[in-house]
Write a protein that binds this ligand. Structure first.
Ligand SMILES: CC(C)(COP(=O)(O)OP(=O)(O)OC[C@H]1O[C@@H](n2cnc3c(N)ncnc32)[C@H](O)[C@@H]1OP(=O)(O)O)[C@@H](O)C(=O)NCCC(=O)NCCS
Length: 165
């Protein structure tokens, strides 16, 4: 099924759906009102490069979303940016949409000049990201005992990083 990944700024008609899915998955269980996440998500629509939200869709059919945000794990304020809020509609899973959303969010961060992106996941979900090339650097962080994973930008051909001997 061919699908498109767009920045939410280019398809704001998906705003309410993205907010509702993020809220139901991660914020409603903690007792936060939908209005709270709508306010947070609205930050994705302003002019600053981070945060941004991506939407996977076929025309006007919503398939999934992922975001890039400045900080995600309060215990690791020095890490930025983070790929977060990765969600694919249940009927559209296991077709590679999640992988594409994660990859595109990371690539967009690299295109903004970041050399590394971060991601946190519950241990049972870490394998999914590791199979996509992410590397776990820490485990059991914070009260939710999350794993922290990284992906580094691939240097452009001819670009030499690090010091010479
Ligand atoms: C996690 C989530 C985003 C994955 O989305 P997805 O679109 O199903 O992701 P993919 O299709 O890229 O990959 C999912 C699995 O399907 C497999 N897959 C991908 N394409 C496939 C295909 N054509 N046929 C069979 N399997 C396939 C992948 O290998 C992967 O397997 P793995 O989990 O063993 O690594 C989705 O399950 C979801 O929204 N879950 C609820 C929210 C959540 O937990 N988010 C992550 C928070 S850290």
């Amino acid at each position: 099924m061919p699908f498109t990944i767009s920045d939410l700024r280019q398809c704001p008609e998906f705003f309410d759906t993205v907010a509702e899915r993020i809220w139901r998955a991660w914020w409603e269980p903690e007792g936060h009102p939908l209005a709270y996440i709508q306010t947070r998500l609205r930050e994705n629509l302003n002019g600053s490069p981070i945060p941004f939200a991506l939407v996977a869709h076929v025309s006007n059919e919503f398939l999934g979303t992922a975001s890039a945000i400045a900080s995600d794990v309060p215990a690791r304020p020095q890490f930025t940016p983070w790929v977060a809020a990765v969600w694919v509609e249940p009927h559209a899973r296991r077709r590679g949409i999640g992988a594409m959303l994660v990859s595109r969010a990371a690539q967009d961060c690299f295109a903004l000049g970041f050399g590394r992106t971060y991601l946190c996941a519950r241990p049972r979900r870490s394998g999914f990201y590791e199979r996509l090339g992410w590397r776990t650097i820490e485990r059991r962080v914070g009260p939710d005992r999350l794993s922290i994973l990284i992906q580094d930008a691939t240097p452009e051909p001819g670009e030499i990083k690090g010091s010479r001997p």
